[in-house]
Design a protein around this ligand. Structure first.
Ligand code: COI
Length: 385
């Protein structure tokens, strides 16, 4: 007779993946039992096998990978020790702080495979710091920078067969921090969970690398003064869905939001920062508490300085976009995406597209640093293995 523990182990392990019609934009759907059974990580031959994935057609759909990382601590405590378990559903009280009051943050970072097979991360410490700042805003304890980076490295290594070949995409790593403890009256939760999972990804937009057509929204706003727009709170994302879905239904790629006070100054796109270029001056909205301090945003600003652009963080009225030479978006998921048009109050402004765009030059430099074909003089790259 098979022992229950062994049976659970067999059920949890297979089958890992099957090919079928696309549900997630990738052409493949991973099959896994509904529960992870919280089985600790043990590397096996299975983990090294080739997935038969069509790496040329990765989108930004979830593809379940093998392992996730979890670490818990109580309110007023510090995170101590986490562990890898098989990827699967988690158990959460119906009265968890995150479910009832949105006490949660997320991050996004990517692991890349280089030509020589080496595995690398891009500035994961910055994500750790941003999570700490967000946790302070949302009254949560947070992992230390070392714990955060270690967890991200462990997830990249444990799921390394899911890291696409060089140039085909990356492993998007999603760290979450949430109030997992029960609470009824509005207050910080009694327990916190730091959880990291991952999925291989390609281009974020269905447009691929083509330019974006943005709709400028002046009814719905992403955030407001004194809100949590400057941190990666989960509560910043559901409120954009209405405007985003409306714009997508009308054929736009995404929405550009204006500030809620004046309904005039440019803030962000649904999940990316925005830049404008006029002559030699590259400008992006100043991080006044409403704007997320994007890691790609910061990196592009540094690279632009290397290319002798004048870089400005300031208030940008929407009228300036009408007159810009280039508009583009930046984000971990998005990368750097040129904007082909913006539509505002019934008027469409189009931007000239070419392979010579400054934003493509800046992005190429970023990718070269990630690929290791150019010197990483700022120490942005972290080796995984
Ligand atoms: C990221 O760039 O990591 C994001 O936050 C995008 C996500 C909302 C899909």
């Amino acid at each position: 007779m098979i022992k229950t523990s062994l049976l659970l182990r067999i059920l949890a392990r297979g089958p890992l993946i099957t090919s079928c019609s696309s549900k997630n934009g990738s052409g493949y759907v991973a099959i896994r039992s509904a529960s992870s059974l919280q089985e600790p990580y043990e590397s096996s031959e299975d983990d090294e096998s080739n997935n038969n994935i069509d790496w040329n057609n990765l989108g930004f759909g979830l593809m379940q990978t093998d392992y996730m990382y979890t670490m818990k601590c109580g309110k007023d405590e510090q995170f101590k020790q986490g562990q890898l378990t098989r990827y699967g559903n988690i158990e959460l009280s119906p009265s968890a702080g995150v479910l009832n009051y949105g006490q949660g943050l997320f991050e996004g970072t990517k692991a890349y495979r280089r030509e020589d097979g080496g595995l690398f991360l891009f500035r994961p410490q910055q994500n750790a710091i941003r999570m700490q700042i967000g946790a302070e805003r949302m009254c949560m304890p947070s992992p230390s920078i070392e714990q955060f980076v270690d967890a991200v490295k462990q997830i990249a290594l444990a799921n390394k067969r899911w890291i696409p070949p060089s140039g085909k995409g990356s492993l998007y790593i999603r760290p979450l921090l949430m109030g997992s403890g029960s609470i009824l009256g509005l207050a910080p939760a009694s327990e916190y969970t730091f959880l990291v999972y991952a999925s291989p990804v390609g281009n974020y937009y269905k447009e691929g690398t083509a330019s974006l057509n943005l709709y400028v929204e002046d009814e719905y706003h992403r955030t407001m003064r004194g809100g949590a727009g400057g941190v990666k709170s989960i509560t910043n994302y559901a409120p954009v869905l209405k405007a985003m879905c409306k714009a997508k239904d009308r054929g736009f790629s995404d929405v550009l939001y204006l500030d809620s006070e004046n309904k005039r100054n440019v803030e962000e796109v649904s999940c990316s920062n925005v830049f404008i270029l006029k002559g030699n001056v590259l400008s992006t909205p100043v991080t006044n508490g409403n704007i997320l301090e994007g890691i790609t945003r910061k990196s592009i600003m540094d690279i632009a300085c290397d290319f002798s652009y004048k870089v400005e963080e300031r208030c940008i009225p929407i009228e300036e976009l009408i007159d810009a030479d280039e508009v583009f978006c930046t984000g971990t998921a998005v990368g750097v995406a040129p904007v082909g048009s913006i539509s505002y109050k019934g008027k469409r402004t189009e931007y000239k597209m070419s392979t010579e765009l400054a934003c493509l030059k800046l992005y190429s430099r970023l990718v070269e640093i990630q690929k290791g074909t150019i010197e990483d003089k700022r120490g942005w790259i972290v080796q995984v293995d």
